[in-house]
Structure formats: C-alpha cells, structure tokens
Design a protein around this ligand. Structure first.
Ligand code: GDP
Ligand code: IMO
Ligand code: MG
Length: 431
C-alpha cells in the first residue's frame, strides 16, 4: 500500500491532469482534496482531449475509483455537465467509480454572483479569479454558514440554510454592489433535482480511503492549482482560497499524515501564471509570446492567455520545502526545443539583497528582479523520445541543473500532451 500526492509547484497548469492520469495506472483510488472547478486539468489519450474541472483525472481508467474529498468545493451544475459529457463520450460513470464526500461544501449561485461582483468592483486591482465562486464558498465554510452535500440531501435543511444565507447576501448585493438579488426559489428549482441525481454518489470519502489503505491498495491524491496560489504560502492576496500544498491532503480527504509515502511536484519547464499578481521571471517580450504560442498557454478553464516566463527555482525551492517533495515531474520540456539559450532564475535581487526564498510582503516581491543563469538550448525535436539518455545533451543538462538547484530528483519527464509522450525514471508508488 502507498499513498502518493501530486501537487503543482508553480502557479497551476503544470500538467497535473496528464501526470495523474499516467500514475493512475499504479493506483486503485484517485482523490481530489481541495479547490473546485477553478481547476482545469487536461488529458490527451489516443489523441482525444479531455478537460476535467471536478472529476478526478483518473476517471478514464474505468476500473479505478475516483473520489471528491470534503476539502473540495463542488458546483453540482458543473459536475453534472462533466458527468453527462463524459458519458456521451463513452466513459462509464456511476456510483461504482465516482463518489463525493458528504461533507464537501457546495458552490451556490450566490457565491458566483459575489465573486463576479467583487471582481468587477475592484476594477484594475482585481485578483483575476476564475469567477467560479471559489473564494465566497470557502468563506462561508469558515464562517460556518456553508451548505454541504449532506445538507442538500435533506430538503428542509437545505431550504432553511439557503433562505437564511440569502438574507445577508441579498442585502450586500442590493445595498453594496447595487446588483440584482437572488431568488431562493430559483436555487431550489435547480438544486433539488440535482440532489436526487447525486444522492447515490454521496459517501463518507474518508472511510472509503481508509478501507482502500487497509486493503493494501495504492491511493493517488490529485492537487489542483499550485503551491504559490496557496492561501497561506502563496503570493497573497493573489492566491486562491484553499491550500493546494501537499499537507492539505490530510484535512481535505480525511486521513493521517503517517499514510503518505511520496509527494510528486509538477514543474512546467518554464513558468506560467493566469490572473493578477507578482511574477518575477515573467517575460513580456517576444520570448514570452513564443512560449505562450508554442506551449498553447491559454487557460483550460477560462481560456485566458497565460503569462509566461523562464523557469524560476526560487519558486521551486519554496515548493520543495512547503510540500516535502520527493520527486519532480517535469512537463512541457518539448516547448523549449529550438531556443538558442534558456535562462533559469536562481535567486532574486531585491534592494541590494540576494534572496533565495520568496518574500512575504507583496511590495518586496514586486521589487524583486530575477537573477538568471544562462544555459545552452537544443534544436532537435523531442518527439518520440522515451528514454533520458536519448534526450539531446543540452536538454539532459537542463534537467540535471534543475535537480541541483531544487535538490529534488526528477522522476518523470513529459515531452508532449499525450499519455505516452513521457519518460519515466521510476515509480513513486514503489520507492
Ligand atoms: P493542469 O491544470 O496542471 O492539469 O494543467 P493544464 O491542463 O491546465 O495545462 C497543461 C497543458 O499542457 C494542457 O493543455 C496539456 O495537454 C498540456 N501538456 C501537458 N504536458 C505536456 C507536455 O509535456 N508537452 C506539451 N507540449 N504539452 C503538455
Ligand atoms: P489548475 O488546477 C491556474 C488562479 C486564478 C486567479 C487565482 C484566484 O488548473 O492548475 P480563484 O477562482 O481560485 O479564486 O482565482 O487563482 N487559479 C488558477 N490558475 N490554474 C488553476 O488551476 C487555477 N485555479 C485558480 O486565475 O489568479
Ligand atoms: Mg489547469
């Protein structure tokens, strides 16, 4: 039995979906533990693309169990769309292979309305959220007025909670934001049928994980977002409202830390970020545009263009520490092919200081300038390469240098979006 966690080491979109799908081969259970449908995880299998927002990326392996943990905030309308779309594509989906925690909090229409109203009011100072209601839903959870999956299953409890919450929310909508209020009856009309549909999927996910562990099965935990979007450890306030770090698995899925064997940190071979916030190694020149076009760097959830920059090992060293990374999975190495030289950010110059960790104060971080080391690029395409030794020597050197700077071994290298376009140098479930 092994439990392995996959987390994003940068600002999200590192390729977690692809690597989770790949590692699912070695696991019996795949679990989402935080975030919601702000996530967009892409898999390409047999040239077919799938994008998952809530359903764990192991779902294409029909015999495996996919679980949505209590730490996830669930938009049931989106989940229903995802289930329906997958079924239409021939993926079998039933309570036999998908379960949702009874304790997971629900994203309701007033959360989205609040998210969008706030962002609009902030104007140029907006966070650039995905507008999916993530922050307001987590706020309600912590304020102890949230509505959980189990509350929805009891018609009376659900209606009472929604009515009570709307008293305060509608006051804010009408009086502060000067926008339309939300009618509770419209929510009941949408959500009571959803309760009937999802009732058989609701379970005690912590118990299911415990049973799997006791049966000697391997469990894979799928992080969403990335370490530097973490509400505690990220570039606050330009972060999401959950904890994408590995430690959050225990609270967000319901198991103890002594069950975890390995933590795989997803690293894109360069850096991207969607939305606002500091980004020290950002490239606003032609190279940045080239990375965006070549890497197809457009959001899988919102379609927004992603900001691009060189690989930043200050970001990665923080991630290695914050997550206890045991392995790195390096993705999109192919995107760098053809560049004459490649830069790696090794530290930050900040008011005559050389920083090796990211400063907590936003103003300090905004003042930081990247200190780069330059490496030789490679011209050959990486298409078809499946062994480390077959990579061009300059690409091998790039990988080795990352390992040196981050002090974590690279266990997986991805050279294309397809499941098979991968070099694996070990199995995190076996080490
Ligand atoms: P996630 O949110 O971490 O799962 O990542 P996204 O799915 O949002 O973004 C990653 C994008 O890169 C997707 O379009 C993937 O299909 C694609 N991708 C993943 N690995 C590779 C790779 O090694 N090379 C290339 N070219 N694309 C990749
Ligand atoms: P995956 O799982 C990249 C970003 C948003 C915004 C900030 C807050 O696909 O890697 P939120 O809607 O969460 O309140 O927005 O976080 N963000 C992501 N960026 N990948 C993601 O998920 C993200 N989820 C949220 O763009 O800057
Ligand atoms: Mg994504």
């Amino acid at each position: 039995m092994s439990c392995v966690i996959v987390v994003g080491s940068q600002w999200g979109d590192e390729g977690k979906g692809k690597i989770v799908d790949l590692l699912t081969e070695h696991a019996e259970v795949v679990v989402r533990f935080q975030g919601g449908n702000n996530a967009g995880h892409t898999l390409v299998v047999n040239r077919e693309q799938f994008i998952f927002h809530l359903i764990p990326s192991g779902i294409l392996h029909s015999e495996k169990k996919c679980l949505i943990g209590n730490g996830v905030v669930v938009d049931l309308e989106v989940l229903l769309q995802e289930v329906t779309a997958l079924r239409e594509r021939g993926v079998s989906l039933s309570p036999a292979n998908l379960a949702i925690s009874e304790r997971a909090h629900l994203i309701l229409p007033y959360h989205k309305h609040l998210d969008l109203s706030r962002e609009a009011a902030k104007g140029k100072n907006s966070i650039g959220t995905t507008g999916r209601g993530i922050g307001p839903c987590y706020e309600d959870k912590v304020s102890r007025v949230g509505v959980r999956m189990v509350d929805l299953l009891d018609r009376e409890v659900f209606q009472e909670k929604v009515r009570e919450n709307l008293k305060e929310k509608n006051f804010i909508f009408e009086q502060f934001f000067k926008v339309a209020p939300i009618d509770p009856e419209a929510i009941f009309q949408t959500f009571l049928p959803l309760a009937d549909f999802f009732r058989p999927y609701v379970a005690n996910v912590s118990l299911l994980i415990d049973e799997a562990i006791r049966d000697g099965k391997n469990v894979l935990f799928e992080g969403a977002q990335g370490t530097h979007l973490d509400v505690d450890h990220g570039t606050y306030p330009y972060v999401t409202s959950s904890n994408p770090v590995a430690g959050s698995v225990c609270a967000g899925a319901g198991l103890g830390p002594n069950k975890i064997q390995a933590v795989v940190g997803l690293v894109k071979a360069y850096t991207t970020r969607v939305g606002g916030g500091p980004f020290t190694a950002e490239l606003t020149d032609d190279t940045g545009l080239l990375l965006r076009e070549k890497g197809g760097e457009y959001g899988a959830t919102t379609g927004r263009p992603r900001r691009c920059g060189w690989l930043d090992t200050v970001v990665l060293r923080d991630s290695a520490r914050l997550n206890g990374l045991t392995h790195l999975a390096l993705t999109k190495l192919d995107v760098l092919s053809g560049l004459k030289t490649i830069k790696i950010c090794t530290s930050y110059a900040c008011a005559a200081r050389d920083l090796h960790q990211m400063p907590a104060l936003l103003k300090d971080l905004e003042r930081c300038r990247p200190v780069y080391e330059e490496m030789e690029g490679w011209t050959d395409s990486l298409q078809g390469i499946r062994r480390f030794e077959d990579l061009p020597p300059a690409a091998q050197k790039y990988v080795r240098r990352i390992e040196e700077l981050v002090q974590v071994p690279v266990g997986i290298i991805s050279v294309g979006p397809g499941r098979e376009e991968t070099l694996t140098m070990g199995n995190p479930f076996q080490e």
